[in-house]
Design a protein around this ligand. Structure first.
Ligand code: KG4
Ligand code: ZN
Length: 346
């Protein structure tokens, strides 16, 4: 057939999602993308609770699928294959998605395709911007932080990544330490406006080491110390202090990401791509300071900077359906013995 239509399912963290994506002669099109978040369910616990997440996925995924099919204007007879996130992620949630996908595949007699969640993120710029291989990808969110050269739908060359926290996690912890609302990224960014990024000399971990590995957990300790010192000296934090703390923290994260990106582009450019591209995905890519700094780097090094729209940068099922299409075209389908994997390096 000259068109492929795939139903995708995603449930590896705290978003239950289903989507229908079609690849036709004019390129790919997202026919529907339903995302049901769970932020409110986990808010009082200060982080995603795996057991609560898994139960919510089980309760909601059928309805998400129904809504995705309905708003795509189709039923299962219009679907060629079912793609599902088979890992990595919280195993209860991944299982909920995989079991649902198996049920649909078995019931409708459709091929089943297990997708690596990270591959879903990494292949998204091909869906949104039609990128050609190889491109450089910085995946930077609350759960992930790594550089990949994407060579093909199945070959991802990892250049380095965080050895501890992801930057989004560091933003969230910073917000918590300063009494700002969650998710921390947007509130720290807002607070940093007008702050002095040079007032606190926060560390730039691992910059003295070669390679693209990063570390962000030390930053929160430094921030905690600076906060406590200001409180001890002045008896509390002024708005000004908070703005300076946020701006200084943000500057440190941006510096590390940009310097490591610079090194990653060096390796990537050795592959002599025709149209060199740095693509970003993940919630942290929404940060204007970080984004502008990465754009400047790209300008200086002759790379195109590509950032998919935010709703496709964060967790969603359209990216899983698309990765499913990429695998389907290569004949890569799975059997009903597909297993859910909590850990699954690319
Ligand atoms: O990709 P995402 O929605 O979910 C996963 O982690 O998979 O990313 C969410 C993360 C959160 O940690 C959030 O604080 C961070 O992205 N984030 C930001 C901004 N907006 C969201 N971090 C920095 N600046 C932002 N404007
Ligand atoms: Zn993700």
């Amino acid at each position: 057939a000259d068109t492929i239509t795939v139903l995708g399912l995603e449930s590896s963290c705290d978003d239950t999602a289903a989507a229908v994506v079609r690849l036709g002669p004019d390129g790919p099109r997202i026919l529907s993308s339903v995302v049901q978040g769970q932020t409110a369910l986990h808010a009082e616990f200060g982080g995603v609770v795996p057991e609560i997440a898994a139960r919510a996925h089980v309760e909601r995924i059928d309805l998400c699928v129904e809504q995705a099919l309905a708003s795509a204007g189709t039923d299962l007879s219009g679907i060629d294959a079912i793609a599902v996130t088979a890992g990595p992620g919280l195993i209860g949630g991944v299982l909920a998605g995989v079991m649902c996908a198996k049920g649909i595949a078995a019931g409708a007699g459709l091929p089943l395709i297990g997708v690596n969640h990270l591959a879903g993120h990494a292949l998204t710029p091909r869906l949104t911007d039609g990128l050609e291989f190889p491109y450089l990808m910085l995946l930077v969110s609350g759960g992930h932080c790594q550089f990949l050269i994407v060579h093909s739908p199945t070959r991802f060359e990892r250049l380095g990544g965080t050895i501890d926290d992801a930057p989004g996690e560091a933003f969230d912890k910073t917000a918590k330490l300063l009494g700002l609302p969650q998710p921390g990224g947007p509130s720290v960014e807002a607070e940093a406006r007008g702050g002095d990024p040079a007032r606190f000399a926060f560390p730039r971990p691992l910059l003295d080491r070669p390679g693209c590995d990063m570390s962000f957990s030390g930053l929160k300790t430094a921030l905690l110390r600076a906060r406590d010192q200001a409180v001890a000296e002045q008896g509390g934090l002024t708005r000004h202090d908070r703005a300076d703390l946020c701006a200084s923290f943000q500057a440190a994260v941006a510096d590390v990401l940009v310097e490591k990106s610079r090194r990653a582009t060096e390796t990537y450019l050795q592959a002599r791509p025709d149209d060199p591209v740095l693509a970003v995905a993940g919630g942290v890519a929404a940060n204007a300071t970080i984004r502008n700094a990465l754009e400047d780097l790209c300008k200086a090094r002759g790379l195109r900077f590509v950032a998919p729209p935010l709703n496709l940068c964060t967790d969603n099922a359209a990216m899983i359906a698309w990765a499913g299409i990429e695998r389907y075209r290569l004949g890569l389908v799975d059997g009903l013995d597909l297993s859910a994997r909590p850990r699954w390096p690319l």
